[in-house]
Design a protein around this ligand. Structure first.
Ligand SMILES: NC(=O)c1ccc[n+]([C@@H]2O[C@H](COP(=O)([O-])OP(=O)(O)OC[C@H]3O[C@@H](n4cnc5c(N)ncnc54)[C@H](O)[C@@H]3O)[C@@H](O)[C@H]2O)c1
Length: 337
């Protein structure tokens, strides 16, 4: 079996998930080096992953380790620069969403990737690799719900993780760029169409730190697509009961609903006061298999010299749309796309 040497940058909330997958669950990858800013994260990698090649400087890691590929799970405002450094070094790149926080900078990075058609440059939109969303996509494509004309999306981070959410708010581009971008990508993918305009509102009720940081705790965006379809997307930061990701796609002949209840598993507990379903607790738990599947696909693409279905164009378009939603949120105006 062909095996590639993969380095990772970023060992935070999601980076550790990808790092463990690369080290233990992806047979055609060898995790050869890690990069993070804190000694704590590097010590975690030494102990948990048995990795000796630990760096605090990304360019130094590329130069000294010459990996075949790199997985970027660093703060969102660093992705563009790090992608370009990797491509210039002849290294394939998988990067977490979003591509960046500034659409013009993202377009420049797309142009840089186009200069390297020999390299895979893959965005991480893991919901496209989740079994339920893949199933929904097949249903839509086979005509099961007729013509889809509305999508209702909910994405609320768990309050139990509020400390981490507040910590990253400043450098991750705001609620729509950081969180709502998943629904932007899903709407484009499942409706097969682009939004023509967006209007948005937001509020902060429980954690004033979001307002003080120039962001919102909760926001809702209303999109109209060029074919007339409607997208309603609710993004939130502090669900008291768990990690709530729910999607409804309504068509002329039927409706698809994914995670109507964001259940942890298929178990219900029946007791004196009723029947209860525990909710899934975190993004790491809900999308565990999708995070593995997307990076497995990236590694397979590199090994087999093919290109992933999700493209740089998808990454740039999602960033432009999420940025427009943020503008709509701050200005109160309808933003045309
Ligand atoms: N797909 C998803 O569901 C999902 C979920 C969470 C995060 N993300 C994305 O993953 C990325 C990281 O998010 P997170 O929540 O894990 O962040 P985090 O703050 O928990 O971790 C960031 C990591 O990057 C490292 N880092 C910071 N500056 C660096 C630099 N200059 N060079 C190398 N490493 C550096 C930090 O030391 C840390 O290990 C973000 O882009 C975020 O949008 C995606």
């Amino acid at each position: 079996m062909k095996k590639i040497r993969v380095a990772i940058a970023g060992l935070g909330r999601l980076g550790r998930v990808h790092a463990e997958n690369l080290a233990f669950r992806i047979p055609n990858a060898e995790l050869c080096a890690v990069c993070a800013q804190t000694e704590d994260s590097l010590n975690w990698a030494r102990e948990r992953l048995d990795i000796c090649a630990c760096y605090q400087d990304f360019a130094e890691m590329l130069a000294k380790e010459t990996p075949d590929a790199v997985v970027l799970v660093t703060p969102s405002d660093l992705h563009c620069e790090q992608i370009e450094l990797a491509l210039d070094a002849g290294v394939h790149v998988f990067f977490e969403k979003p591509l960046g926080t500034d659409p013009a900078r993202c377009a420049a990075t797309q142009a840089a990737a186009e200069q390297h058609p020999e390299l895979v440059c893959m965005p991480g939109f893991m919901r496209r690799y989740d079994k339920s969303y893949v199933y929904a996509k097949h249903q839509i494509d086979s005509g099961a719900i007729g013509t889809p004309y509305m999508m209702k999306c909910t994405g609320i981070d768990p309050e139990s993780a509020i400390e981490g959410t507040l910590r990253v708010t400043g450098s991750f581009g705001g609620i729509f760029m950081d969180l709502g971008i998943h629904d932007v990508d899903l709407m484009r993918w499942l409706l097969g169409c682009e939004p023509a305009q967006v209007h948005a509102v937001g509020t902060t009720v429980k954690y004033p730190a979001f307002r003080e940081g120039g962001d919102y705790e909760t926001a809702a965006a209303l999109y109209q697509f060029t074919n007339g379809a409607i997208g309603m997307a609710h993004a939130g930061r502090c669900s008291p009961y768990g990690y709530h990701v729910e999607t409804e796609i309504i068509g002329t002949e039927g409706t698809l609903r994914i995670s109507g209840v964001p259940a942890k598993n298929l178990t219900q507990l029946y007791k004196g006061n009723g029947a209860a379903t525990e909710c899934v607790g975190s993004f790491q738990e809900r999308f565990e298999e999708a995070y593995l599947a997307e990076v497995q696909e990236f590694v397979d693409c590199v090994c087999e010299n093919r290109r992933p279905a999700v493209t740089m164009e998808d990454a740039v378009k999602a960033t432009v749309i999420a940025h427009a939603a943020g503008q709509a949120l701050r200005s109160g105006e309808i933003i045309k796309l």
